[in-house]
Write a protein that binds this ligand. Structure first.
Ligand SMILES: [Ca+2]
Ligand SMILES: [Ca+2]
Length: 351
């Protein structure tokens, strides 16, 4: 049986979208920390100047590729984990350890190999590519302080940083040689997770109010210890949008459960808040349909005991809303929302 939500909800939601979208921008460049690089490779290696020389902490060693003529030249770095990348810093080659004079004799070639280099951030499991922009021009001189360049990556998410240079673009050759690359960013908190084949991809979300910077991105990050937390209201809700309109088989809601703060003291986490939460499917019309209600919420540190499934019977929609209403001072705190379009082995819980 289908129930109908009135127009009031739609207008409340649309009014809240702008406010909540701003809450997504939670990464402050000033708090970015250096990220560990674990390996590097490059399109080819010239004269035993390996890719690893570009992250050995020594500004007199450098990486060097062959001249790639008119094809793509690249060097790529793998990070210890996936991060939101704030910026990368590149120190240009200048003072060669074994051949100090070459750069001094050929400064134009030496330093100009950084010209038109673009930074890319990505992860293997996604087609998304974040650009850090391009070094449009290199400065004169061989002073390495002066030859340090910073490219901003807009918190692009990934575990690969690639420097790429395409074609000669009027330059003497198409090689890349750099002394050092450093990467700065933030841990994987609130970054979108990868989804399995039987899931509906979620793009963004909104919520009725954000408590203590626990924004809606934390129900989308695949991290069970992070959560979104609404402010108190008699109408608290969290809404997640689909990448595209899709039938919904069921929704898994992972309750906030055992973060550092409340481990061993379930009362502090207010696990029971989820009891009675309604799951609604937004269909793009003025009327939304109710899939069901979360019941039987229990306190537990175990993930599997904190997942609540609500069936949507393959109704088609574009967003899911989880709503608490009917009382004063209601707060939602949810770790993750997973939406499934079909059964699959990766479903967290299929009843
Ligand atoms: Ca080096
Ligand atoms: Ca989370």
């Amino acid at each position: 049986m289908v129930e109908v939500v009135g127009k009031k909800l739609c207008s409340v939601l649309s009014a809240a979208i702008f406010i909540a979208t701003l809450e997504l921008a939670t990464f402050n460049e000033e708090t970015a920390t250096e990220i560990k690089i674990i390996s590097a490779e490059q399109v080819s290696t010239n004269n035993q100047q390996w890719a690893r020389n570009a992250f050995d902490g020594n500004k007199t060693t450098f990486s060097l590729t062959d001249d790639m003529k008119s094809s793509e030249c690249w060097i790529e770095f793998t990070l210890a984990d996936r991060y939101n990348i704030a910026w990368i810093e590149i120190v240009n080659r200048h003072a060669d350890r074994d051949n100090k004079t070459w750069c001094e004799s050929n400064p134009e070639t030496c330093i100009s190999r950084l010209k038109y280099v673009e930074g890319i951030v990505y992860r293997d499991t996604s087609d998304e590519r974040g650009s850090c922009g391009k070094i449009e021009d290199v400065k004169n001189g061989l002073d390495q302080e002066n030859q340090t360049y910073r490219l901003y990556c807009n918190n692009s998410y990934g575990d690969k940083v690639r420097l790429t240079r395409t074609g000669k673009q009027g330059l003497e050759d198409n090689a890349i040689n750099i002394a050092e690359l450093s990467v700065f960013g933030h841990e994987n908190r609130g970054a979108p997770r990868d989804v399995s084949e039987n899931e509906v991809a979620l793009t963004t979300g909104t919520m009725s109010g954000v408590f203590s910077e626990q924004g809606v991105e934390f129900v989308l990050d695949g991290n069970f210890t992070t959560f979104a937390h609404t402010t108190a209201s008699n109408f608290s809700w969290i809404r997640v949008e689909f990448r595209e309109v899709s039938p919904v088989f069921f929704v898994n809601i992972i309750n906030r459960y055992a973060d550092e703060w409340c481990r061993g003291d379930q009362q502090k986490c207010q696990i029971e808040r989820l009891e009675g939460a309604e799951v609604w499917l937004e269909q793009g019309t003025e009327e939304n349909v109710k899939c069901g209600v979360v019941t039987g919420v229990k306190a537990s540190d175990i993930l599997q005991d904190n997942i609540y499934r609500v069936d949507c019977n393959m109704m088609v929609g574009r967003a899911i809303q989880v709503i608490l209403t009917g009382k004063m001072n209601l707060k939602l705190n949810i770790a993750e929302i997973y939406v499934y379009k079909s059964p699959g082995k990766n479903s967290l819980r299929i009843i």
